[in-house]
Write a protein that binds this ligand. Structure first.
Ligand code: AQP
Length: 332
């Protein structure tokens, strides 16, 4: 069976973008793939995280994934730092990947901002750790958003160079899986920016922990424009906030943008937002209650992550051992 590796950073609460663009699809993929789901805490610290918050967010993300339907018994769910094989292989990849490759990564440029000299070395080398996350399990497929496509290309280049440097077809070249209608959910405050955990404004996103009243308030305050909703796809041109809200409707209802436009053509945002709120609450409400149930028992979440890490290491250890042998590391 093909194997999937998927990662999510515990840099905050999961939001609607993470759910519609990633977690919901992962739940579906469980039927057809062997899945390794990883809460990538080592990636999270490439930007400073408050230590207590990092631990809390790791549990929250685990709870959100379990509540959304991740099956941690049949598949694997763990936090990255509990399996040291990722870091071990990442070092080998630091020596395989070329500086020129990393220099081309646009996410580093975005995240490091203007003060690049002051960015952490980890933020720069992050794509090599991501390559190791995937290849330490010889994963064949990786569900990725648009923003991670370049990193996956780098993982493929690294696998290929490793194979050629050591003269064996050892690592598979992982394939991207781009799924779902809402691959990019935008901020509720600015239709040109993606919905993000690290956005300063909590009103920019719907968190998976938000209750019905909060969802309603956030959608009420969501930025719109003065026109009624359009009656054609062309009518959305230059209206990113309207497009985003219609796309959210489409994704939550398992429909298309065209169907959403047809349904709400000519209606006022106030009416549309009421229906959107009802739909969002209907979809997220049950997940929210499940999450609360999981979070009430942190020890049970820790046990899931520990068992997941042990099973993850059982998969990665022989692959890492063989990679080290190929590189020439002596293991008397
Ligand atoms: N707005 C989004 N729309 C659709 N998919 C999204 N994802 C993230 N934001 C959106 C997808 O969620 C998965 C996990 O993402 P991540 O937590 O590893 O990192 P991220 O993409 O950097 O997410 P955030 O929320 O923007 O976090 P911060 O603010 O910490 O950078 C990925 O599959 C991602 O595509």
């Amino acid at each position: 069976m093909n194997r999937i590796f998927s990662g999510v950073q515990p840099t905050g609460n999961l939001h609607l973008g993470n759910y519609l663009g990633a977690v919901r699809n992962w739940v579906t993929l469980q039927n057809d793939y062997e899945c390794v789901f990883c809460i990538v805490d080592m990636h999270a610290i490439t930007l400073w995280q408050d230590p207590a918050a990092l631990k809390a967010h790791t549990r929250e993300v685990a709870a959100a994934m379990l509540a959304a339907g991740v099956d941690a018994k049949k598949h694997i769910l763990f936090n990255q730092s509990q399996n040291p094989d990722h870091a071990q292989l990442a070092w080998i990849f630091n020596c395989v990947a070329r500086i020129g490759w990393l220099n081309r990564m646009t996410q580093f440029k975005d995240k490091a901002g203007k003060n690049r000299e002051n960015a952490s070395v980890g933020l720069y080398a992050y794509p090599n750790l991501m390559s190791a996350d995937i290849l330490v399990y010889k994963a064949t497929h990786v569900p990725v958003g648009e923003d991670q496509k370049q990193h996956l290309e780098l993982a493929r280049d690294t696998a290929q160079k490793f194979n050629s440097d050591y003269g064996v077809e050892f690592f598979p070249l992982p394939e991207p899986l781009i799924l779902g209608s809402a691959t990019r959910v935008m901020s509720l405050r600015d239709g040109a920016k993606k919905m993000s955990k690290s956005d300063e404004s909590d009103y920019s996103r719907i968190n998976m922990t938000d209750d019905a009243d909060t969802i309603s308030l956030k959608l009420k305050k969501a930025k719109t424009d003065p026109l009624p909703l359009p009656d054609s796809v062309e009518g959305l041109e230059g209206r990113p906030e309207a497009a985003n809200l219609l796309d959210i409707w489409a994704a939550l209802s398992d429909g298309t943008r065209a169907a959403a436009i047809e349904r709400f053509a000519g209606r006022q945002f106030s009416e549309f937002k009421k229906e959107l709120t009802d739909l969002a609450v209907a979809v997220l409400g049950p997940i929210n209650s499940e999450m609360k149930r999981y979070l009430a028992d942190p020890a049970a979440i820790d046990a899931v992550l520990k068992s997941g890490a042990e099973r993850a290491r059982a998969l990665s250890a022989p692959i890492l051992a063989e990679a080290e042998n190929l590189v020439g590391f002596l293991r008397p």
